[in-house]
Design a protein around this ligand. Structure first.
Ligand SMILES: Nc1nc2c(c(=O)[nH]1)N[C@H]1C(S)=C(S)[C@@H](COP(=O)(O)OP(=O)(O)OC[C@H]3O[C@@H](n4cnc5c(=O)[nH]c(N)nc54)[C@H](O)[C@@H]3O)O[C@H]1N2
Ligand SMILES: Nc1nc2c(c(=O)[nH]1)N[C@H]1C(S)=C(S)[C@@H](COP(=O)(O)OP(=O)(O)OC[C@H]3O[C@@H](n4cnc5c(=O)[nH]c(N)nc54)[C@H](O)[C@@H]3O)O[C@H]1N2
Ligand SMILES: [Mo]
Length: 764
């Protein structure tokens, strides 16, 4: 072992070995890559601490990482491959098997399906940005030869990240814009190139709890200590909102109207950056026209936002340069995700805050895995590729340029499985097999989860890579492959999947993995069995990391392991120097070479080129006939610190922090509907209901209810029909499928109409 390789290991006293590494799921985490010190004794992790030498997280860790050992050594963790007879789906008749047997079963099944029905009858499902997200898109094409793999989700409207990353492609032609928190600089905020943002606009994001999408939430506290002020657009009075100069407390789902109101103030009061707009923006006049009627009073009528707060926020943001902004998943989780996203980007462009110190950083996509993954997804022959399932009506046609990468759109997939649309009544082929890689759709990702359950049950064969049995594996799987945690295998962390990648982190294996494997090991093993011609050159994850780091960055893998985290350098104002375009010319990588305030491409897909407002499909305004029965508005899924989506419900210390699913209700509504703190309450939409425990406070305003997402109860009976209580508290019972934006993007996970009433038990 070389010296560099060893430098992430330190011998402590009492035979304890300290291993420095970067965190990533499994278990539960995004590619934030926080620095972690794992203390190992007798081959077991005995203590977890934050790594103070990590330039981004600087020793701070969320409780989920601190509870890593509780996950690793949990009695319910899946420790060996498990099989069950197809007829026993929903029953707890699992049988432990060896990896060889599991791989034999899988190989046999895939070959049988290839022969009998064709490879196109296999699909994959994946989930949010866990480590599996890097590799899952390759499983379909490069292992099973199916066009219905790539990035396919049981997700209505691809309602996370895809809408944001894609609208950025269209308007800026750049990678995901991230708040500049000096993340590219080793000495961070003290780097002379950096400026502290005067304001940060936090829009539909609660980063102290979610730290999402590679962004490290604590940096907002760092910045606040250095004088940054906040503008928050959020229906809830979050911790950040309570400390903001301006809190735009909007009705969920009306973000585009708020955005156009902000833009109008900035344009009409002539507060925009003329030099930037004239030189670098296309379509200013069209944008001015699109927002001209959005007076603060009209905005208030639709969105509930106080006109004074709206105008004050617009002025503060525009007149204090540099200012930065963060956008959260709330913008994706509405039918109008595209329009809201346009407003977000337009605000940054009009105020000259793109790619400048203290504004937002823009990346030109670069990832150690990008080209390889692209190549591996393009291994289908044209005849097979042509069998890819697309929506025949064109209704959910993706206008995607590579953000979510050629999977089957979630609503289309459900319709296809159900043979639902007139066009799908006679499908060219029936789907037969599914491989789930990092998702628990029945508990978390899928709207109307009972529809998914019924649609998936007839499949011939279902397999999942998992850490614990979940409602989905219990309900549907025939084979489960157990995963190793990030402490048990080597890996690389790549923030924003290369779209604004400030560093690469080494996940350094600390202990042996028992009888579990990583997503990449499973991929390579099965790839070599099924399509050896594609995989012959790729023998092990280590070779792969070594090759790719050398090829893409000319980095040495052992050196990176020793450093644990290596930052990239950053250059501002790349639109002036040519760093944003493939041809090296100044400008943006768009059709016009400028920021497209009027998008040239959106109209090609039947969308408007500038933002507009569309009322959510389920609201008192758009369904007045239901308004009396469903008088309240709900939002869902605000993150809490001790749970990552449907994970951690069985981890004792995490569950103790948050034992029950909570419905937050304003005291006025609680009084009106006779609900007391701690009562079980049903929150019901025209589509279904969820039962959660009432938490009565002013985090929500009157008429608004917030419910949590992804609840199931590992302590309950796992067998069907109960399936760990997955139907009881499930926020997604309320949420419609196919209520999607014109482009196939955006779905109302975070807005709808409801009523509330007290029930006697958590089962109703
Ligand atoms: N601890 C933890 N961290 C996580 C996750 C987790 O489950 N647990 N999930 C990860 C994932 S996949 C994601 S996508 C991110 C998401 O993380 P964030 O982007 O921070 O999203 P949320 O916490 O869902 O919601 C953010 C805020 O949006 C507000 N909101 C609700 N409806 C609306 C609306 O219509 N408009 C506006 N403007 N705001 C609204 C909510 O009140 C909430 O405060 O978190 C990631 N990080
Ligand atoms: N109502 C409502 N619903 C929502 C949301 C909301 O705000 N409101 N948020 C939505 C959002 S933004 C998202 S991204 C989705 C997330 O939805 P999913 O990504 O499907 O998340 P989970 O349901 O937690 O399923 C992930 C499963 O993968 C397992 N796992 C963990 N790490 C790994 C890994 O590295 N590899 C593999 N193979 N498996 C792993 C976990 O044990 C877990 O069972 O949920 C969405 N659902
Ligand atoms: Mo997400």
């Amino acid at each position: 072992m070389s010296e560099e390789k060893k430098s992430y290991l330190t011998e402590e006293s009492d035979g304890v070995l300290k291993v420095r590494t970067c965190a990533w799921s499994p278990p539960g985490d995004h590619p934030v890559g926080c620095g972690v010190c794992l203390y190992v004794k007798d081959g077991k992790v005995v203590k977890v601490e934050g790594d103070p030498t990590h330039p981004i997280s600087q020793g701070r860790l969320c409780p989920r990482c601190l509870a890593l050992d509780e996950v690793m050594y949990h009695p319910d963790r899946i420790k060996h491959p498990m099989k069950r007879a197809r007829k026993d789906r929903g029953k707890n008749t699992w049988e432990e098997i060896t990896w060889d047997e599991a791989y034999d079963i899988l190989e046999h099944k895939i070959r049988e399906i290839w022969d009998k029905y064709g490879a196109e009858t296999i699909f994959t499902l994946t989930g949010t940005g866990r480590e599996s997200t890097l590799y899952a898109p390759v499983y379909g094409p490069a292992v099973m030869n199916t066009p219905n793999g790539a990035s396919t989700y049981a997700f209505s409207g691809e309602a996370c990240y895809g809408p944001r990353a894609t609208i950025t492609n269209y308007l800026l032609g750049a990678g995901y814009p991230e708040m500049d928190y000096a993340q590219y600089f080793p000495d961070r905020y003290d780097d002379p190139r950096y400026e502290i943002p005067k304001y940060v606009l936090v829009w539909g994001k609660d980063p102290l709890y979610s730290s999402p999408d590679s962004f490290f939430g604590h940096s907002l506290i760092d910045l606040k200590k250095r004088g940054t002020r906040f503008i928050v657009i959020d229906p809830r009075l979050t911790w950040l909102a309570s400390r903001a100069d301006f809190h735009l407390q909007l009705r969920p789902g009306t973000d585009a109207a708020v955005g156009m109101g902000l833009l109008r103030v900035i344009i009409e009061e002539d507060l925009y950056d003329h030099a930037f707009v004239e030189k670098w923006c296309h379509g200013f006049d069209e944008l001015r026209e699109a927002v001209k009627d959005w007076t603060p009073e009209r905005v208030q009528e639709i969105t509930w936002v106080d006109p004074e707060v709206l105008v004050g926020a617009a002025r503060a943001f525009a007149t204090n340069v540099p200012s930065s902004a963060l956008w959260g998943v709330a913008l994706d989780q509405a039918k109008a995700s595209t329009q809201a996203g346009m407003c977000f980007l337009d605000l940054l462009a009009l105020t000259g805050n793109l790619d400048r110190p203290g504004g937002v950083t823009l990346g030109k996509p670069t990832s150690f895995i990008g080209q390889w993954r692209y190549d591996m997804m393009n291994v289908l022959d044209p005849e097979m590729a042509a069998k890819h399932i697309v929506d025949p009506t064109g209704k959910y046609e993706l206008f995607n340029t590579g953000a979510a990468m050629g999977g089957v759109q979630g609503d289309t997939l459900l319709n296809y499985l159900e043979q639902k649309l007139p066009e799908f009544k006679e499908v060219p082929y029936k789907l037969r097999m599914c491989w789930m890689i990092g998702t628990n759709p029945l508990a978390c990702m899928a709207d109307q989860p009972q529809r998914w359950y019924k649609a998936m049950l007839p499949l011939d064969f279902i397999v999942a890579n998992e850490i614990f049995m979940t409602p989905t594996t219990m309900a549907l799987c025939d084979l489960v492959l157990p995963l190793s945690t990030f402490a048990e295998h080597d890996g690389l962390v790549t923030p924003h999947f290369g779209r604004n990648q400030h560093f690469i982190g080494a996940m350094n294996k600390a202990v042996e993995p028992l009888d579990t494997k990583s997503n990449l090991e499973i991929l390579i093993d099965m790839g070599r069995r099924m399509r050896p011609e594609i995989w012959e050159k790729m023998a092990s994850p280590e070779d792969f990391f070594r090759d790719k780091l050398k090829e893409v960055y000319d980095w040495d893998y052992d050196e990176l392991r020793g450093e644990v985290c290596r930052q990239h350098d950053y250059e501002y104002y790349k639109y002036e120097t040519g760093g944003l375009r493939d041809d090296g010319e100044p400008g943006f990588q768009t059709l016009t070479g400028k920021v497209e305030l009027y998008s040239m491409l959106l109209p090609v897909f039947g969308e408007q080129g500038t933002p507009y407002y569309e009322e959510p499909e389920y609201s008192q305004a758009s369904k007045p006939e239901l308004a009396e029965e469903f008088p309240l508005v709900y939002t869902t899924g605000g993150r809490n610190i001790s749970m990552f989506h449907s994970e951690h419900r069985q981890i004792p210390s995490m569950r103790a922090m948050h034992p029950d699913p909570l419905a937050t209700i304003n005291p006025v509504d609680a009084e009106k509907y006779g609900i007391k703190e701690g009562d079980w309450v049903a929150v019901e939409s025209p589509l279904g209901r969820a039962i959660q425990k009432a938490s009565i406070n002013e985090q929500v305003c009157p008429n608004l209810v917030h419910i949590e997402h992804a609840w199931w109860f590992p302590e309950q009976d796992g067998e069907a029909p109960n399936l760990y209580g997955v139907w009881d508290a499930n926020a997604n019972n309320l949420i419609p499928h196919e209520s999607v934006g014109l482009t196939g993007y955006g779905a109302p996970y975070k807005n709808g109409m409801c009523k509330i009433y007290k029930v006697d038990t958590p089962k109703g």
